[in-house]
Design a protein around this ligand. Structure first.
Ligand code: TPP
Ligand code: SF4
Ligand code: MG
Length: 351
């Protein structure tokens, strides 16, 4: 309950990261979600990822829409900037904030209703513009907050808790993100923290639009037989194509996997992604191949997880727009009002 405050004190022996922060410093308030909700596991993974990356909490901006999923930013990163926007509108608010201040680390949190229904257009345009962000959809295949209606990611033929069959085709958000040009695309499962934490770390250190579709069962309305977003179904049909280690630019690289099975990808910020291949032929640098593979496995009822695509040399929206380096609120009067000479030069260039 939100009125129950977490104790501010913690065990003096709790490990600290390079900044001297403990894991507790990345937590938020007490969750009000149903006990066992997949979304709480994603919050725990975000906390772990930010702690391990030693991100300064004041440099992170977390934004969300409306839904149980969109409530979760209240439960992590209590010392970061936060904005809980309108249903489906997180991407445009995040885009605006990013344009105004490119120095923050942007984390967008959304639901399948928030991003695949009312906010589908907003989701699409933030991805195709290459907004530098980590965009996580906590995907349970239902509108959890409004009591379990089918969402646009519910699979055709899957059943509601009361046995009603969904006759509409599902939107596969990772396939759409790939088609829209996202430069980092991953899928994971809230029940697989070992896979999810490195994916969030890699997404946070990626420059460009990084999208993670995280299947996150709703224990209240979509965890029964007949659902394709239940814990049992996902565990039985999960096909992980790779496992990831994220090595920061400061650390030496140690690989203890067999030669040939690990691929090293250096990101823009110097961090290295060590990708341990599980699917022998899967190539995460092949966008078209990834789309084809996803469709093939989906036709067999499998849920492909892991890092599906990455372009480590990606450009972001600021590169494309050639914007100023500084946050807008840090521009001086002289920079904002450069004078008649500068105006004359602009006019001359347009003649
Ligand atoms: C403009 C608007 N339309 C409808 C709603 C009602 N509403 C609130 S949350 C929600 C769906 C949430 O589903 P999802 O994004 O999947 O989040 P979940 O609760 O499943 O995590 C809806 C339809 C609203 N709050 N605002
Ligand atoms: S209704 Fe579903 S999505 Fe919402 S908190 Fe409960 S289990 Fe989670
Ligand atoms: Mg949902």
């Amino acid at each position: 309950m939100t009125y129950i405050l977490k104790p501010r004190l913690h065990h003096p022996g709790l490990a600290a990261n390079d900044l001297g922060f403990t894991r507790r410093d990345y937590e938020g308030s007490v969750s009000t979600l149903c006990a066992g909700c997949g979304h709480d596991s994603i919050s725990a993974a975000v906390i772990q990822a930010c702690y391990e990356l030693a991100l300064p909490p004041h440099r992170i901006a977390k934004l969300s829409g409306i839904g149980c999923s969109s409530k979760t930013p209240d439960y992590f990163l209590g010392q970061s900037h936060g904005f809980n926007s309108v249903h489906g509108r997180m991407p445009s608010v995040l885009t605006g904030a990013n344009l105004a201040n490119r120095e923050l680390i942007y984390l967008g949190v959304s639901g399948d209703g928030d991003s695949a229904s009312i906010g589908f257009g907003q989701f699409a345009h933030s991805i195709r513009r290459g907004v530098n962000m980590t965009y996580i959809v906590e995907n349970n295949g239902v509108y959890g907050l409004t009591k379990g209606q089918f969402s646009a990611t519910s699979d055709k033929g899957s059943k509601s808790k009361k046995g009603v069959v969904n006759h509409d085709s599902a939107i596969d958000l990772v396939s759409v993100a790939l088609q829209l040009g996202a430069t980092f695309v991953a899928r994971s499962f809230s029940g697989d923290k070992a896979q999810l934490v490195p994916l969030i770390k890699a997404a946070l250190s990626h420059r460009g639009a990084a999208f993670i579709d995280c299947v996150s069962p709703c224990v209240q309305f979509n965890n029964h037989a007949g659902s394709t977003k239940s814990f049992d179904y996902v565990r039985e049909h999960n096909e992980a194509v790779n496992r990831l280690d994220v090595i920061s630019a400061r650390e030496p690289i140690h690989i203890d996997h067999e030669p040939g099975t690990t691929q090293l990808v250096t990101q823009h910020d110097g961090s290295v992604l060590a990708l341990h291949k599980l699917g022998a032929h899967y190539d995460p640098s092949d966008r078209v191949g990834a789309i084809t593979y996803l469709q093939q496995r989906q036709a067999l009822g499998e849920i492909v997880t892991g890092l599906l695509f990455v372009d480590p040399a990606a450009e972001d929206m600021h590169d494309a727009l050639d914007t100023v380096d500084k946050p807008l609120n840090a521009l001086t009067d002289a920079e904002l009002v450069p004078g008649a000479g500068a105006l004359a030069a602009v006019n001359a260039a347009l003649r």
